[in-house]
Design a binder for this molecule. Structure first.
Ligand code: AP5
Length: 214
C-alpha cells in the first residue's frame, strides 16, 4: 500500500504516519526527519540545509527528489510506504509520479489532514520530540508515559525544534499556502485525494484514516 499524508505544519502527519507504519507494516518516509538526521550527523547536505530549515523555507526540489528516489527503492519499502512531508511542491509531485511509474507502482491513497490555524499554532508551540528517535510529543495532548523519558527509545533528551519558534512557524504557514497547497488540485484531479478532520483528537484522526485505508 502506498500512501501520502498531506497537511500544514503541525497537522499531525508525523503522529499519524507512525501509526500507519505500525498498522500496515509499511515504511514511513518522513523527509523532515531524514533532513534533521543529516544535519545532526553533519553530512554535506545536512550543513547545506540547516539554515533553510530553521528559517521555515523549503529545501530545493532536486535534493528532496534524489533523497526520496534513493529511499523508496530500499528493501524495507517493498510492502509499500507512507510519505510524510513529501511531495511539497508541484515539481516534487510530478517527480514522484514519474519515479513510481518507472517501477510500475501507483498511489493508493492521498490524505490531507485539515486543522484550523489557531490549533496548529497551539500544537507547534507545545510540541517537543526525542532527540534520539524523533518521536513527537505535546505538553498537553500527547505526553510521554514517564515524565522526561521517550516512550519509544527510552531516551532522555526531549527537545523543541528550532523551526517551532513563532517567526519560523509563520514562515512555514506562508510556504505551505504558497507552495504546497497547489498540489491538492493536482491529486484531486486524479481522484485519489481524501480529507480528514484533523481537529479531532489523535485517536479520532487515526479512526478516520483507517476507515479510508480500508
Ligand atoms: P517537517 O518535519 O516535514 O515539518 P512540517 O511539515 O512542518 O510538519 P511537522 O513535522 O511540523 O508537523 P506534523 O504535521 O508532522 O505534526 P506532528 O505529528 O508532529 O519539515 C521540516 C522542514 O524540513 C520544512 O520546513 C523544510 O524546510 C524541510 N522539508 C521537509 N520536507 C521537505 C520537502 N519535501 N521539500 C522541501 N523541504 C522539505 O504533530 C504536531 C504536534 O501536535 C505534536 O506535538 C503532536 O503530539 C500534536 N498532535 C498531533 N495530532 C494531534 C491531534 N489530533 N490533537 C492534538 N494534538 C495533536
Amino acid at each position: 500500500m502506498n500512501v501520502i499524508l498531506l497537511g500544514p505544519p503541525g497537522s499531525g502527519k508525523g503522529t499519524q504516519a507512525k501509526r500507519i507504519e505500525q498498522s500496515r507494516s509499511i515504511c514511513h518516509l518522513a523527509t523532515g526527519d531524514m533532513l534533521r538526521a543529516s544535519t545532526a550527523s553533519g553530512t554535506e547536505i545536512g550543513m547545506r540545509v540547516k539554515g533553510i530549515m530553521d528559517s521555515g523555507q523549503l529545501v530545493p526540489d532536486g535534493i528532496m527528489i534524489d533523497m526520496i528516489a534513493a529511499r523508496i527503492t530500499q528493501p524495507d519499502c517493498g510492502t509499500g510506504f507512507v510519505l510524510d512531508g513529501f511531495p511539497r511542491t508541484v515539481p516534487q509531485a510530478e517527480a514522484l509520479d514519474e519515479m513510481l511509474a518507472k517501477r510500475g507502482l501507483g498511489l493508493d491513497h492521498v490524505i490531507v489532514i485539515e486543522v484550523d490555524e489557531a490549533a496548529l499554532i497551539d500544537r507547534l508551540a507545545g510540541r517537543f520530540s526525542c532527540a534520539g528517535c524523533g518521536a513527537s510529543y505535546h505538553e498537553r495532548y500527547n505526553r510521554p508515559r514517564v515524565e522526561g523519558v521517550c516512550d519509544v527509545c527510552h531516551g532522555r533528551q526531549l527537545v523543541h525544534r528550532p523551526d517551532d519558534r513563532p517567526e519560523a512557524v509563520r514562515a512555514r504557514f506562508e510556504v505551505y499556502r504558497r507552495q504546497t497547497e497547489p498540489i491538492l488540485p493536482y491529486f484531486r484531479a486524479r481522484g485519489v485525494l481524501r480529507s480528514v478532520d484533523g481537529m479531532a483528537d489523535i485517536d479520532g484522526v487515526t479512526r478516520q484514516i483507517e476507515a479510508i485505508l480500508g
